[in-house]
Ligand binder design. Sequence first.
Ligand SMILES: Cc1ncc(COP(=O)(O)O)c(C=O)c1O
Length: 447
Amino acid sequence: MRINENYLNVKESYLFSEIARKVNDYAEKNPDKKIIRMGIGDVTLPLAPVVVEAIHKAADEMGVKETFRGYGPEQGYDFLREKIVAYYKENTIRIDINEVFISDGAKSDVGNITDLFDKDNLVLVPDPVYPVYVDTNIMNGRKIEYMQAKASNGFCPLPEPGVKADIIYLCSPNNPTGAVYSYDQLKAWVDYALKNDAIILFDAAYEAFIGDSKLPRSIYEVDGAKRCAIEFCSLSKTAGFTGTRCGYTIVPKDLKVQITKLKKLLKVDSDVVELNKLWLRRQTTKFNGVPYIVQRAAEAVFTPEGRAQIKENIDYYKQNAQIIADTMDEVGIKYFGGINSPYIWLECPGGMRSWEFFDYLLESINVVGTPGAGFGKNGEGYFRLTAFSDRESTIEAMERFKKLMTPAPEPQPEPEPEPKTEPAAEPAEAELVIEEPETAPEEESEE
Ligand SMILES: Cc1ncc(COP(=O)(O)O)c(C=O)c1O
């Protein structure tokens, strides 16, 4: 027996464990400090009431013989797929119900989709990157190239002359940078993919955070994308399903791939194969569907009531993002994201490196973020803050941040001492009230 030795090539991910280690160490040595976590990629608001109601109702159905459900369709129940078709239709995108596959979250599908592709494809991912794109391909032994996401291209890299990729990962709004591709930029990628017989794996996990109607929420807004792109969506951040687990993937029927000459000789009646059929085959073989109760919960998200309730939650996070962005503006720190995204990607001040800035924030104001260097070489010198904390913590963290980043006023000449004055106040730093220690520090979420 031999293992898949490609797994040995997957780098250990030290990012979140190192953050947790540093935070735990600091908390242990400073039990009186109130640490605020702005690094988490997990949501903090509970499920919307209409979702909870649907869960209760579905659970009751499962307890009654007549309405009990066993195995469901692997690709999801039609009641949910129809809602997703209608959701796309609002955005003037026509999707067939059989192009919708319900999943237990975008992470699984983004990883599992690689089953459909030969090892010898060249994979293009952005740097900085959501690490799942890299690790899942390394597990399959594929070669990876990085496209350079930098401040100079707004962290939205475009096709470069001379690069001939087969599989392209795009994530918009982006984790970690918060950058969002414009219509024209996505069109450049779609044109590239069509011209080069490449496929785009479009991660739209944060589409619901896009408020600007000029920005595309789906790659299918671009003509031709159905012939070259698969789209991954998630209810995790949209509707607080990080623990409930539900997402959906669109595999258009127009997405067809030429098969090799050898295979043609061996079988077959057609030169091309529909990826939709392959994915259905893969899912019906390796996946047994998302629980009925969860799919009913997801269905509730797409009702008018559900849409209104989740919008409130998204708006809450977006207001947090605005508070962070305003603070950055006030102290003159350059940042990306934060408007159509829950992530603020800021340039570490004073030329600090990412981990240096992490230590500085933790030790001086007890605020935890995520060092950009953990997402790739181009993340060095950057830092990610998330809008998923609660409002009070966000405000308090940003107050502390402002104090830290605002230069102390020039010392004024001492006024002549008057008789009988009160003792001078303590300097501002000492006013930073240290509250009760938190309960046991949690692990940072790995998203
Ligand atoms: C870009 C991106 N894609 C996918 C996921 C995973 O989402 P899910 O919870 O649906 O698996 C995340 C989670 O943080 C993410 O940031």
